[in-house]
Design a protein around this ligand. Structure first.
Ligand code: DC
Length: 214
């Protein structure tokens, strides 16, 4: 079973995808972590993240591996470094470039198809581009205020700061030319604003059972 989980920042993707993967004994693949790892490399090399040629230039020779909470960049574990505010902002900028997206999608498909016991894959373009034939597509949403509140609690930032981060990143992710953030036509849309984690996980598992029956 391959499940795609897309949605904007703070919609609950990571928490829900990890919980659903645990319940199903499947792999959890966080594709956002791959864009974040590339952003870290771009920052370390002091490259301009908005320059498509500069960013494309680092792709050959780059190795990013993700799975079940682990993220390595060229062999170095970077889980602890990729959630920093500067990496977060740059991840959404490097994700705009077509060469980057092609490179990422190739690698993502390879990991997903090798995952034993299926995969729960989270991102922005999983149901639309990476896995148009996923067994189940989930699109999580939540009000901007609630998403900012969650981000602030996770990161220890103020809600105002988090609101600014979430709204500027969403605007960039949803308006970019290549693979913008949007729900696939056949996605099950779940508004998580007023739902607990368990309620969202149960809704996903219910949608999966219905899909299996159909
Ligand atoms: O899911 P996240 O917040 O860790 O993702 C970080 C950034 O990476 C996000 O702002 C946009 C980009 N991204 C993307 O373009 N496509 C994906 N499938 C996943 C993430």
């Amino acid at each position: 079973m391959i499940i795609a989980v897309d949605g904007p920042a703070g919609s609950g993707k990571s928490t829900i995808a990890a919980a659903v993967a645990t319940r199903l004994n499947a792999s959890h693949i966080d594709t956002g972590a791959m864009y974040r790892a590339l952003a870290l490399k771009v920052i370390r090399r002091a490259l301009a993240p908005e320059d498509p040629n500069a960013v494309a230039g680092v792709l050959p020779g780059t190795e990013i591996v993700v799975g079940n909470g682990r993220v390595t960049l060229d062999g170095e574990p970077v889980e602890g470094l990729i959630r920093a505010p500067d990496v977060t902002a740059v991840s959404s900028v490097v994700a705009q470039h077509q060469a980057v997206r092609i490179w990422m999608v190739d690698r993502q498909r390879m990991v997903i198809h090798r995952a034993p016991g299926g995969a729960v894959v989270e991102g922005r373009d999983i149901g639309t581009v990476v896995l148009p034939d996923a067994d189940l597509k989930i699109y999580l949403t939540a009000s901007e205020e609630q998403r900012a509140r969650r981000r602030a609690a996770e990161r220890g930032a103020s809600e105002e700061e988090a609101l600014l981060e979430v709204s500027s990143r969403d605007a960039r992710d949803a308006s970019r030319e290549h693979s913008p953030l949007r729900a696939a036509g056949d996605a099950v849309v779940i508004d998580t604003t007023d739902l607990s984690i368990d309620e969202v996980v149960d809704s996903v598992l219910l949608a999966m059972r219905e899909r299996l029956k159909a």
